[in-house]
Each structure stands twice: as C-alpha cells, then as structure tokens.
Write a protein that binds this ligand. Structure first.
Ligand code: F6P
Length: 323
C-alpha cells in the first residue's frame, strides 16, 4: 500500500556515530523501493531554509564508517516558533515531500510532533549517544560512545597506577547516567555518581577510596555523569580528604565523534530500513524503537510521553564489584 513518492531525511540535535548508517539505509531502502529520497542539511534549520537535495545511491557511498552526520545538524531557534514551523511546512510542500524521517533525540522528536500536528507524516529514528529516549531500549551512537569512554578509562588507569593517583572522569549523557553506569562497571570504577541516585560524597566516594587503599589498591577511578557535573570540585575534595593526588578529566565531545562500532552501523542500518518500511506500509507518525531486542515502531505521540528508568540492578552490581 504505497501512497508516498517523495521522502526526506534529516539529522537533528547532537550528532551520534551511526547516524550516517541510518541516513544511508533510508536513502538506499527508499530508492530500492522506488521512492525519491531528499537529504535535508542542518536539521530543521535546513528544512525551513529549503536546504535539501535529492540523494542518489552513490550520494551515501563511503559514509557508513564515518562518525558525525554527512547531513550535518543544527539547533534551530526559528523552527521552534510558529512562523518557523509554518515555513518548514511550506518548504516541504515546495519539494513535494510526503514524509519526513527524523534521526535524533527527544528534542528532535518533539519537532517531528509539531510538524505532524500540521499534517506532515514523520517517522523518528532514535540517534543520540545518551540512550535517554523512553520509547526505545537503544539509541544509535550509544555503543560507540561507551567504547570511546572505555578506551579513555583504560588509558587513564595506566597512568593512575603508575603515579598511584585518583582520577575523576566526567562523561556525557545529559540528564541520564547510562554511559556512566556501564562504563563505570566495564572500567572497574571505585565509585559511579549518577543523576538518578542521591549521593553523599563522603559515603559514596571518600569511603570506598579509603577502604580500597587499606586493602592495597594502587589507583582509583570515580565516574561522574554529566548530569551531576562538578568533576573538578569533586577531585579537589578527594585530594583534600585523602591526600591522594587526584585529577579531573572531562571527556566532552571526544565521546560524540569517531568511527561507529559494528553495533551502531548495524542498528543504524536496520532502523533506517525499518523507517522506510513503515512509510511503505502506509503508517503515519511512528518512532522506530528497539524493545526487548526486537525492532518495532510505535506511535510518535505516545512515544513522547514515555520515560526511561535507570536499571537498579546495574547500579547494585557496580557497587558490589567496586570492592
Ligand atoms: O545529547 C548528546 C549530548 O552530547 C549530551 O550528552 C550533551 O549533554 C549535549 O549533547 C551537549 O550538547 P551541545 O552539542 O549543545 O554541546
């Protein structure tokens, strides 16, 4: 039941490794199924400015291994106004766009909802390193970001051991602690501080470090999620209280770049193709999601009301293993 002919794809919000795989899949699955596929540059800002062009099979060659997004991305204050939204809708009309595939996070999906309310058929693909979207168990870019963080942890561990130091590492994730908790476990952190959990600096950081030292530990790692922040102050406090030389490292944008892992390339490819299938099946306003290890799609409006709760088992495990 194919009622559409022209679709467009954009990436929005913070970029994430694997977005290119998703763009590539939308373009190639679209063309394979007889659709014309347009690439919109710089997210919603590009849409309202008419910055789009038709993509061919070769337009997305040689991109699956690249981090970032070839379509670029932007935060658009104008799109968040009534006039900006209308401008975006009329520009979509100029190009005869029947449906829009939006690759991004929660903020990007809210933009898709605004367009959907004006009549545009939108399908969202979750792409953010934060893994903080309620409707899906996985977001494109999360695995690559975690592997980047882990690589840094392993390097910091080498020098921490040599100098018998403590390191406080601040990792991204906006208001969610998914990157922090998993990398903390994988990197053998003494303490992991998350936005989802109350913490007491003396009990949750100083005590495990001192106890570890008494058992013969030679180096210490504290992971602080971005949603808590203050890595530099935490490091100063640790040094003051324990006399262990402590350094803070804020990883920042290193976590958003880099070559995507197998997981993100395959997930991006699967989610991109799934989004096209939704449109070919005549579905309207969907979010592609991974739930219980299955690729599904759910109503866009419903998806936006879903929230994600932190996995308490992971937190408990991290505490047991930190001994
Ligand atoms: O959502 C991805 C992310 O990197 C978050 O982890 C971080 O809080 C935010 O984007 C940073 O955004 P910006 O690109 O505006 O600095």
């Amino acid at each position: 039941m194919q009622t559409i002919k022209n679709i467009a794809v954009l990436t929005s919000g913070g970029d994430a490794p694997g977005m290119n795989a998703a763009v590539r899949a939308v373009v190639r699955a679209g063309i394979y199924n007889g659709l014309n596929v347009y690439g919109v540059y710089k997210g919603y800002e590009g849409l309202l400015n008419g910055d789009l062009e038709q993509l061919q099979l070769r337009s997305v060659g040689d991109i699956i291994q690249r981090g970032g997004t070839i379509l670029q991305t932007a935060r658009s204050p104008e799109f968040n106004t009534e006039a900006g939204l209308k401008k975006a809708m009329s520009m979509a009309k100029v190009f005869n766009i029947d449906a829009l595939v939006v690759i991004g996070g929660d903020g990007s999906f809210r933009g898709a909802k605004d367009l959907a309310e004006l009549g545009m058929n939108c399908v969202g693909i979750p792409g953010t390193i934060d893994n903080d979207i309620g409707s899906t168990d996985y977001t494109i870019g999360y695995d690559t970001a975690m592997n980047t963080v882990l690589d840094s942890i392993d390097k910091i561990r080498d020098t921490s051991y040599s100098h018998e130091r403590c390191s406080v590492l601040e990792v991204m994730g906006r208001n969610a602690g998914w990157i922090a908790v998993n990398c903390g476990i994988a990197g053998g952190a003494e303490a992991i501080i998350l936005p989802e959990e109350e913490f007491n600096i003396d009990e949750d950081i100083i005590l495990p470090i001192v106890q570890g030292r008494n058992r013969g530990k030679k180096h210490y790692l504290v992971i602080v999620a971005e949603g808590i922040g203050g890595a530099v102050d935490i490091a100063k406090y640790i040094e003051e209280k324990t006399q262990i030389v402590t350094r803070a490292t804020i990883l920042g944008y290193i976590q958003r770049g880099g070559t995507p892992t197998v997981c993100d390339r395959v997930m991006g490819s699967r989610m991109g193709a799934h989004a096209v299938n939704c449109l070919l099946e005549g579905k309207k306003n969907r979010i592609v999601a991974l739930r219980d290890n299955k690729l599904v799609d759910i109503d866009l409006f419903e998806a936006l009301s879903m929230s994600k709760t932190m996995d308490k088992e992971l937190i408990n495990l991290s505490k047991i293993l930190a001994m």
